[in-house]
Design a protein. Structure first.
Lengths: 302, 436
């Protein structure tokens, strides 16, 4: 009894009071659905009552095997990989570059450029998808523009399985670079200007300021941006859904669309859809761990 | 001066006049409805006023809690409701296709017993058993999933005549190409469009329903020469330039404007597409204005070499509303839900749908003088159809027709051969058949 009283201190009560609501919410909306999804992926559950349903049986990793044997899974995974590459190696460097140029006042009208670059982020993704779909349509402005340059040009961008995803990647780059620019801009403003001024007085070039001061100071932010980019890439859905619907012939599909098609289109297969979502979560964890490891090994200190 | 007791009596009378009627009033019945509704369609405003609002005025004791969705979000929600075993009381349904599980799992009631004597008001064909072997939804129309829309003015301006045969159509291709035009437009970015609006018709002509039923019974295969031949004919349409791969990059909505502005003389789609060209009652605007509608014709695809069914089109009985099987038989809720379903397929509503969307009534007692020329043409178009054959996604389950849907796009893009698509479809069918 005395031991309990000793444990139940005011500090501990305050700690639990602050932490428990967040833990409960996290468990309810994140952890439990993820674990439950994994459990369902091992069963034959395909609708109806979940609890006390005598027809539900454990079937092992059957759905995972089916998924790995489905070529549309690999097409989707490859497209996710491309989106991730554009996000990490396109959006983040470009976002940083724009932020740096604006922050260091290397161009005039910095506020104007900041607004213009960030603008796509505030437009509904569905509208953006529809607009770009019209733009890249065989009867749209892009085709007409190309035909002005090269009469008789046929818009076959979506017909080559290697190229079909290109317009989507371009739109992703256009749409989300502004988010990273804002993140970097906010963090650049936290760096003490005196530090940069001192470096310049000591004769450091702009490049040296960038590489020796700015980038090391922002390595933690870069990791955060990478995690955002990776998780965002893996859950890509809305833009693709609006722009291509994963077609033609599922060549622009991604894992989230593949999961959606499996769960909700034509012939619902919930266990398989759950297996896909579990793989997405595991992939996300694995890649984020890799990023953290890279940062710990090569990153600078703020 | 009134006495206190008189005042008290008056007060009591006043209070009772307010409360007594409500004490004996009928408790309103709440009916949840999942409705398929395109808010941007030209007839949307009339539907809201003349269908839903009017029902609430006529039936104050029924409170309708309606959820409007359109295209994929509708199907997604339906599947989610079905999976959670929480279907609404009244639900918009297809006679098969995307609604197959509602039929085959018995999630909705057989409406035939409720229809009773009222069956005499409906065309016999629309009351045929549906995917689950019973009347799961009361159809509002007959639907032809294939129609060839023709811009006659454009053909005339190029000195071309209506093609009678496929060869005639192929002969037009160079002339159209020289004028910078496509031959046939389709909004086939979504993979169901080619299967539903074109390939089902080709299968009907070259394979026939008898063979399809043999496949369904496991007595024939998709890899048999007839079905592969249908896929090969479809592949040939690209080689001949009749179809352009651009159709797979054209969205279902975009094609409306393209056809209306004369980017090609032909459009292949379902007969329901007519509604997209009619006048929007709220704005008075139309993609094809009333005075130009006579320049457009609806017909069926020309004769195909080797066809066993001549002048055929693929079709199904149309969509309608079904009732949740969980509603207790003989209950007040069942009566209210049936009242709503009857109203939704009643003469007033079908007349409104005929006028706004050109929907051919499923009832025998509906007609109107207030219809646009394109609707008249849609009614006439049915005279061109000699045989109606099955739509593939109406007789096969999603697991089986999905490889066809994707395969048709792959054939068009040159990613797969007709035999490969037939083999994949057969594989999917075998897996499904083994579980039955």
């Amino acid at each position: 009894m005395k031991r309990v009283a000793h444990w139940w201190t005011e500090e501990r009560r305050a700690y639990l009071l602050l932490v428990l609501p967040a833990v409960a919410v996290y468990w309810a909306v994140m952890a439990f659905p993820t674990i439950f999804s994994f459990v369902l992926s091992l069963t034959n559950y395909n609708g109806g009552a979940i609890f006390n349903n005598p027809n539900i049986e454990l079937v092992g990793f059957k759905h995972y095997l089916r998924m790995f044997n489905d070529r549309y899974f690999w097409i989707s995974l490859k497209n996710n990989g491309l989106i991730m590459a554009v996000s990490v190696f396109g959006q983040i460097p470009l976002g940083f570059l724009f932020a740096y140029v604006i922050h260091r006042k290397l161009v005039k009208f910095g506020d104007f450029f900041q607004t213009i670059i960030y603008l796509p982020c505030v437009i509904s993704t569905i509208i953006v998808g529809r607009l770009w779909q019209s733009f890249f349509s065989p009867y749209g402005p892009f085709t007409e523009f190309m035909q002005k340059l090269q009469p008789g040009w046929e818009n076959e961008l979506f017909f080559d399985p290697q190229l079909a995803i290109l317009p989507v990647l371009f739109v992703i780059l256009w749409m989300y670079t502004g988010t990273y620019m804002i993140i970097f801009l906010a963090n650049l403003q936290k760096i003490d200007p005196a530090l940069i001024e001192a470096a310049r007085i000591d004769g450091a070039t702009e490049w040296q300021v960038l590489v020796r001061i700015m980038l090391p100071a922002l390595s933690g932010v870069i990791v955060t941006a990478c995690i955002l980019a990776i998780s965002g890439s893996l859950k890509s859905f809305d833009l693709l859904y609006a722009m291509t619907g994963g077609n033609p012939a599922r060549r622009t599909s991604v894992l989230a669309l593949y999961m959606y098609d499996t769960a909700f289109r034509h012939s619902p297969n919930y266990p398989l859809a759950n297996a896909i979502s579990v793989v997405m979560v595991l992939l996300s964890f694995a890649i984020i761990l890799m990023v953290r490891f890279t940062e710990a090994k090569f990153g600078g200190r703020e | 001066m009134l006495k206190k007791s008189t005042l008290l009596l008056l007060a009591l009378l006043l209070v009772s006049s307010v409360f007594v009627p409500t004490m004996f009033a009928e408790e309103p019945i709440r009916i949840s409805v999942l409705n398929y509704f395109d808010l941007t369609s030209p007839g949307a405003e009339r539907e809201l006023n003349e269908v839903w609002y009017e029902f609430s005025v006529r039936n104050p004791h029924i409170i309708v809690e309606r959820e409007d969705l359109f295209l994929e979000p509708f199907h997604q929600k339906t599947e989610a409701y079905a999976a959670a075993d929480r279907l609404p009381d009244v639900i918009y349904m297809w006679p098969g296709g995307r609604s197959t599980s509602l039929h085959t799992l018995g999630l909705v009631k057989d409406l035939r017993p409720l229809l009773g004597e009222d069956a005499k008001y409906y065309k016999e064909a629309v009351l045929a058993p549906q995917a689950g072997g019973f009347l799961a939804e009361l159809p509002q129309t007959m639907t032809s999933s294939h129609a060839l829309y023709v811009n006659m003015a454009l053909l005339d301006s190029l000195g071309l005549a209506m093609p009678e045969t496929y060869e005639d159509l192929v002969a037009m291709v160079p002339v159209l190409k020289a004028n910078g035009l496509d031959t046939i437009l389709m909004g086939a970015q979504d993979d169901w469009v080619i299967q539903s609006c074109l390939f089902s018709m080709i299968v009907g002509r070259l394979v026939g329903d008898e063979k399809l039923n043999q496949i369904l019974a496991g007595e024939a295969k998709f890899t048999d020469p007839e079905f592969v031949g249908a896929l090969e004919f479809y592949a040939k349409m690209y080689e001949d330039g009749v179809l352009n791969r651009k159709i797979m990059q054209t969205s279902y909505a975009e094609v409306n404007g393209l056809f209306a502005t004369g980017r090609a003389p032909f459009l292949v789609d379902g007969d329901w597409k007519t509604s997209n060209f009619l006048t929007d009652q709220t704005t008075g605007e139309a993609l094809i204005p009333v005075d130009k509608q006579h320049e457009f014709k609806m017909t069926i695809f020309p004769a195909i070499p080797g066809e066993i069914n001549k002048a055929s089109s693929s079709g199904v009985v149309g969509v309608g509303f079904g009732m949740n099987a969980k509603i207790e038989a003989g209950s007040a809720k069942e009566a209210a839900a049936w009242e709503l379903i009857k109203w939704l397929q009643g003469p007033e509503v079908q007349k409104m749908r005929l006028e706004t969307a050109g929907t051919i009534p499923s009832r025998v007692d509906v007609t109107s003088d207030n219809i646009e020329p394109l609707v008249v043409e849609r009614i006439r178009y049915y005279e061109d159809i000699m045989v109606t054959t099955e739509v593939l996604d109406n007789i096969f389950v999603g697991e089986v027709y999905t490889p066809i849907n994707i395969g048709l796009q792959e054939i068009g893009l040159g990613f797969a051969t007709p035999m490969e698509v037939a083999e994949r479809t057969q594989e999917a069918f075998d897996a499904w058949f083994a579980r039955q």
